[in-house]
Ligand binder design. Structure first.
Ligand code: GDP
Length: 283
């Protein structure tokens, strides 16, 4: 039985007793919700003394809706007139390069002019992959040779995007260096280069693999300590075995999920809807 089915099964218990509360807390923790928040959530629902499991479910839904509600950022909805630089960060394999391409398509489908920068210069495959996506989606890609300085690539990409009057520059960044410290320094350097060139900050979007649960949350902690993040693109949402990561990102790190990746194709990107998530979780 999947985690989703087991959560629903907890609410099929009609009588509310200690077993019910224990099972609810346990399944939330098992689903990556985060121990402290799961305990608090259950205590809060219990404190409202629901008379049936159905009523408890309704309260849970309200509480999670309150937690997950967010304003979808206006800087993604329409071009501001200034070049918007989005740094997509995340570990290798999370779905970063694919998400750059998907977001490029999503924005250009809405009429924006979009350019891509291949700043993961450590992996030849990442540069090639971005180039293939660029050709397929008809998006200009600024790149350099593997092993070259990512800062120089970003610098070129920024001047090219400015001179062409692009609305968005989406930057694919490295996901692994010799040490975590080096990786974070590399990302900070890209942020500084963008800020110096633009006179305002680039926005960080963290790409996480939804299938990695607690591990994704730990990555989010490290990245959010080092890079200024607007929100998250949760890739591989279509294969997500447990849903708690969405809740933990918001409750522990105050990071909203903006988009979810729902497959490997360029069109498989959707705005994250808390209501649709809660339907999947609780209906
Ligand atoms: P990167 O190393 O972080 O740049 O990761 P990639 O973009 O290369 O993606 C790693 C793998 O995950 C590839 O096989 C992608 O096709 C796959 N992938 C990326 N996003 C999604 C998604 O939303 N759903 C599914 N099912 N697969 C995805």
């Amino acid at each position: 039985m999947s985690w989703w089915q087991r959560l629903k099964k907890v609410f099929s218990i009609k009588r509310i007793d200690d077993d019910f509360w224990y099972s609810l807390e346990e399944i939330l923790i098992e689903g990556d919700v985060g121990v402290d928040y799961a305990i608090r959530l259950v205590e809060e629902i219990k404190g409202l003394k629901p008379s049936s499991s159905e009523e408890a479910k309704g309260i849970l839904r309200e509480k999670l809706k309150e937690l997950l509600n967010y304003d979808f950022p206006s800087w993604l909805l329409s071009p501001s007139g200034n070049l918007e630089v989005l740094l997509l960060v995340g570990v290798n394999g999370s779905g970063k390069t694919t998400s750059v391409a998907k977001l490029g398509k999503w924005l250009s489908d809405r009429g924006a002019s979009v350019m891509l920068a291949a700043c993961d210069t450590f992996r030849a495959a990442a540069i090639e992959q971005l180039e293939v996506w660029g050709k397929r989606l008809n998006l200009r890609v600024v790149r350099s040779e593997p092993g070259s300085d990512s800062g120089a690539v970003l610098y070129d990409a920024l001047s090219s995007a400015k001179s062409r009057g692009a609305d968005y520059l989406l930057v694919d960044t490295a996901g692994r260096l010799h040490t975590k410290h080096n990786l974070m320094e590399e990302l900070k350097k890209l942020g500084r280069i963008a800020e110096k060139s633009l006179g305002y900050s680039a926005k960080g979007l963290l790409v996480l693999d939804a299938t990695t649960g607690q591990n994704a949350l730990r990555q989010a902690e490290v990245f959010s300590r080092n890079v200024s993040l607007g929100g998250v693109i949760l890739a591989k949402y279509d294969s997500m075995a447990r849903g708690g990561i969405v809740i933990a990102l918001k409750s522990e790190l105050n990071l909203p999920v903006f988009f979810v990746g729902t497959g490997e194709r360029e069109s498989d990107l959707e705005i994250f809807s808390p209501d649709a998530f809660l339907d999947r979780l609780l209906s």
